[in-house]
Design a protein around this ligand. Structure first.
Ligand code: SF4
Length: 264
C-alpha cells in the first residue's frame, strides 16, 4: 500500500505524450518554493476547504492523501491507456518524492511494464544510490531535479545537502537510462548568474548527456495552498517568471550543446 494524494489525468508536462501522473505523499526535502506543499508530510491529513455558493461561505474538512494498493492504482491507470497508447505517453510517478515509498513504486513500475505502459519517475535524487539503481531497472525515464549547486544555499532553501543528489546523477546516466533534468528557476535563489553558471559547469562534466534539460519558471500559483495548509511561505508576494525571462538561459545551455526546453 502507498499514500497517494492526487492522480492527474491528461498531463502533458511530465514526460512524453499524454500521461497520467501519480502524486505520492512524503518528501525528505523542504523546498521553500514547493508547488505541492501538501505533498511534503507523509501522513494523510485533514485540511479546511472553503466553498462559496452565492453569498454564503461553507467550510468543510478535506482529506489529503489516501491509501492505495498497486491493483487499485492499476485499475485507475487502465482507464487512460488508450490516450497513452495513441500519444506515445504513459505514467509518471511524482510527489512529493516517489522514491520514499520505493517498494510500492517498484511494484507499480513492474505492473505498468507488464501492462505495456511507458513509465517515468520524477525524483529529487535525494535517495540512497542502491534504491535508485533498483528503480532504474524498472523505469523508462527519469525526470531529475537540480536546484542549487552551492551546498550551503541548497541546505538553506531545501533543508538538505545536495551532495547525494549530485553524486547520484552521473551514476544514473552511466546506467544508460534516459534522464531529463528539471531546473526550477526561482528569482534571487536558483535564478542567479552564479547558480546558472555552476549548473552549466556541472552538467558539462557529466559522463553522458541528459536527453533534455527543462527550465521551469517559478510561478506563485501555490500561494493559496500555503495559506490553506497553515505553512510559512517565505516567497509570499514574489513575482512569477515568464518563459521570456528564461530565453537567455536557454540560449546559454543550447550553446553548450544541450537539448533545452522551457517548461516541463
Ligand atoms: S523536492 Fe519537490 S516535492 Fe519535495 S519539497 Fe522540493 S519541490 Fe516539493
Amino acid at each position: 500500500m502507498a499514500i497517494i494524494f492526487d492522480i492527474k489525468r491528461f498531463a502533458v508536462h511530465d514526460g512524453p505524450g499524454i500521461r497520467t501522473t501519480v502524486f505520492m505523499k512524503g518528501c525528505p526535502l523542504r523546498c521553500a518554493w514547493c508547488h505541492n506543499p501538501e505533498s511534503i508530510s507523509s501522513a494523510i491529513c485533514e485540511v479546511p476547504k472553503t466553498v462559496r455558493i452565492g453569498d454564503k461561505t461553507f467550510t468543510e474538512n478535506e482529506t489529503v492523501g489516501r491509501e492505495m494498493s498497486v491493483d487499485e492504482l492499476m485499475k485507475e491507470l487502465q482507464k487512460e491507456k488508450v490516450f497513452m497508447n495513441e500519444s506515445g505517453g504513459g505514467v509518471t510517478f511524482s510527489g512529493g518524492e516517489p522514491m520514499l515509498q520505493h517498494e510500492f513504486l517498484n511494484n507499480s513500475l513492474d505492473a505498468c511494464k507488464a501492462a505495456g505502459m511507458h513509465t517515468a519517475v520524477d525524483t529529487s535524487g535525494y535517495v540512497r544510490w542502491k534504491l535508485l539503481e533498483e528503480t532504474a531497472r524498472r523505469t523508462d525515464l527519469f525526470l531529475y531535479d537540480l536546484k542549487l549547486m552551492d551546498d550551503k544555499k541548497h541546505q538553506k532553501y531545501t533543508g538538505a545537502s545536495n551532495k547525494i543528489i549530485l553524486e547520484n546523477l552521473p551514476k544514473l546516466l552511466e546506467t544508460g537510462k534516459k534522464v531529463r533534468i528539471r531546473i526550477p528557476f526561482v528569482p534571487e535563489v536558483t535564478f542567479t548568474k552564479e547558480n546558472i553558471q555552476q549548473t552549466l559547469q556541472f552538467l558539462s562534466g557529466l559522463p553522458q548527456q541528459p536527453e533534455e534539460i527543462d527550465l521551469l519558471p517559478y510561478h506563485n500559483t501555490a500561494s493559496h495552498k500555503y495559506e490553506r495548509f497553515g505553512m510559512e511561505n517565505i516567497f509570499e508576494g514574489k513575482k512569477s517568471l515568464s518563459k521570456k525571462n528564461l530565453e537567455n538561459v536557454q540560449l546559454l545551455f543550447e550553446k553548450a550543446g544541450f537539448n533545452v526546453k522551457i517548461g516541463g
